[in-house]
Design a protein around this ligand. Structure first.
Ligand code: ADP
Length: 530
């Protein structure tokens, strides 16, 4: 009972019980590299000992600037089991933000894909890594990754680590402000892995093949590299190729059973499937997880009705990886189809050990599926503070240790969360709330609409009014009046946006969410429909 819950134990499990299970990784030249958990384990030990050979102290931070591939996977294990801390950086952040984040986390080593060397050239002016390791051809003072692995010892034995030592650092994606860092301990990762794998949540077993589309630098790929290892599942890593055709090819050729990513990815994939419904065999694909922002009900229905695919809503945050999944409870499986559908459109029930409550104006709101409040969570893998940000931490955590998510939710009597909005995105018009995700979902149901984002703009009479920014599927369009007409039976009349702006593509944040800060900046000082 005194055994510590560590990532070392997760890797040992994969090596001992699923040594031959495959890990497939898309290389920069698009070819597929095949290896096994056993081979990965050997390389991880070499890499871990080589990292320590660089003279790093326990707890030193190793940053990565990599897409999702096998060597990034090796680092996911090697740094933590060596007693170091892995910090995956998001290459799509602006260089200033990257420098800020790396400095804030005190990163000492940077491991990067050769393709990101141009980013490093800009970064080096404002950062000072002690060691730079390049996956690919290294130049100057940088070391090549393979040369580093070569230096390590295959017979190296990982040290015993306390489960509460830090294993990973992740940063929020900065949708609502400057990125903030959170630390995850070995224990947090182990419990997150176990809980998310359970039946009723991901229900992962060794016959599964997982393909995380969510990149390894976003919310730590929802912990899926560890989930695959602990449960002995196959793992497919898509490299830099996240376009619909590349993903669909992999789902088909690798017999993927479970995948997950943000809704903007799934919108594109659905469009590609609609164009060529017979091209791919997706029979083994038992669930497509969608999280990070609201999955429009029309998209969930599109997958189910046109392609027989199960798009499952999941709710997560950088501060906790995965938190809730919209699988139907035993009771709901007996319920009528309409009720089932309503629950699938919600963000789901929290995983075991995650506790929730929602704070309203007079205390905590009732779990009646209607009352709105700000979601607060706690649990063994929910961060307890932001890295070196005492003021932000004091604002975001209650005195009794609950994390204030900033999400405005309803909770049903059965514990299903429905996200009505983010506190910062809520539109208050004439004293009444308008839900931006609900309005976006209603617009997204129009056949010509590829992307719909809604933001609030100041209005003299009403305080605020919704403004919709729309991108159409290629070769289709609709006028603002037609869109309003389409909305009329679907939302309250006073929700109808007076301003509808048409764009080629809605700007996105570094993790592929609609960039509402940029939208407000661009559109708030302009006039009516353009
Ligand atoms: P950021 O807060 O910077 O966007 P994250 O990527 O951690 O960083 O985003 C977490 C937020 O994403 C949640 O607080 C919530 O607002 C939103 N979110 C996550 N999953 C869902 C979902 N299934 N539906 C709606 N919103 C979601």
């Amino acid at each position: 009972m005194d055994d510590e819950l560590t990532i070392t134990a997760i890797l040992r499990r994969a090596e001992q019980f699923s040594p031959d299970r495959e890990v497939v990784s898309r290389e920069p030249d698009r070819s597929l590299h095949r290896t096994t958990w056993s081979a990965i384990g050997g390389r991880v030990r070499r890499l871990a000992s080589a990292l320590l050979g660089l003279g790093l102290r326990p707890g030193a931070r190793v940053a990565t600037l990599c897409t999702s591939h096998r060597r990034h996977l090796e680092l996911y294990f090697a740094a933590p089991i060596a007693g170091l801390v892995l910090h995956p950086l998001n290459p799509r952040l602006r260089v200033e933000d990257l420098a800020y984040v790396a400095g804030h986390a005190a990163d000492e080593v940077l491991v990067l894909d050769e393709a990101f060397l141009p980013i490093y050239e800009q970064l080096r002016e404002t950062t000072s890594f002690r060691h730079v390791v390049v996956i690919g051809a290294a130049t100057g003072e940088a070391i090549s990754y393979e040369a580093l692995v070569e230096r390590g010892r295959a017979d190296w034995v990982p040290p015993d680590l306390p489960e509460r030592s830090t294993a990973l650092i992740g940063f929020t994606s900065g949708t609502t402000g400057r990125p903030k860092g959170v630390e995850f301990t070995h224990r947090a990762v182990a419990l997150h892995t176990l809980s998310s794998s359970l039946h009723g949540w991901l229900a992962v077993r060794d016959t599964d093949v997982l393909l995380p589309v969510v990149p390894m630098y976003h919310a730590l790929a929802w912990g899926w590299p560890y989930t695959a290892a602990l449960l002995g599942a196959g793992l497919v890593l898509p490299g830099p190729f996240l376009d619909p055709a590349s993903l669909l090819e992999l789902f088909d050729s690798e017999r993927v059973t479970l995948t997950g990513g943000v809704p903007t990815i799934w919108t594109g994939v659905l469009h590609a499937l609609d164009a060529e419904p017979k091209r791919y065999d997706l029979t083994p694909l038992r669930a497509i997880l969608s999280g990070g922002s609201t999955a429009p009900p029309s998209m969930i229905a599109g997958y189910a009705e046109r392609h027989g695919l199960n798009l499952v809503h999941t709710w997560g945050m950088s501060e906790l990886m995965m938190g809730a999944i919209a699988e139907l409870s035993a009771e709901l499986q007996q319920a009528d189809p309409e009720q089932q559908q309503r629950h699938r459109e919600m963000q789901g029930r929290p995983m075991p050990f995650v506790e929730i409550r929602a704070g309203g104006e007079d205390g905590f709101v009732a779990w009646d599926g209607e009352s709105l409040g700000e979601l607060e969570v706690r649990g063994p893998w929910v961060a307890r503070e932001y890295l070196a940000e005492p003021d932000a931490s004091a604002r975001q955590w209650t005195d009794d240790g609950w994390f204030r998510t900033g999400d405005i939710v309803t909770i049903t009597p059965g514990g299903y969360l429905g996200i009505a909005d983010r506190a910062k995105d809520l539109i208050k018009s004439g004293g009444e709330w308008i839900s931006t995700p609900a309005l976006e979902s209603a617009l997204a149901a129009h056949p010509a609409v590829a992307e719909a984002a809604v933001v609030g703009v100041t209005d003299e009479r009403w305080g605020e009014r919704p403004l919709a920014v729309i991108a159409f599927h290629p070769g289709t369009s609709a006028t603002p009046d037609e869109l309003r007409e389409f909305l009329l039976p679907r939302v309250a009349r006073w929700w109808l946006p007076e301003r509808i702006e048409i764009v080629a593509a809605v700007p996105k944040t570094a993790v592929g969410k609609f960039d509402k800060v940029a939208l407000r900046r661009t559109f708030t000082s302009r006039g009516a429909d353009s």
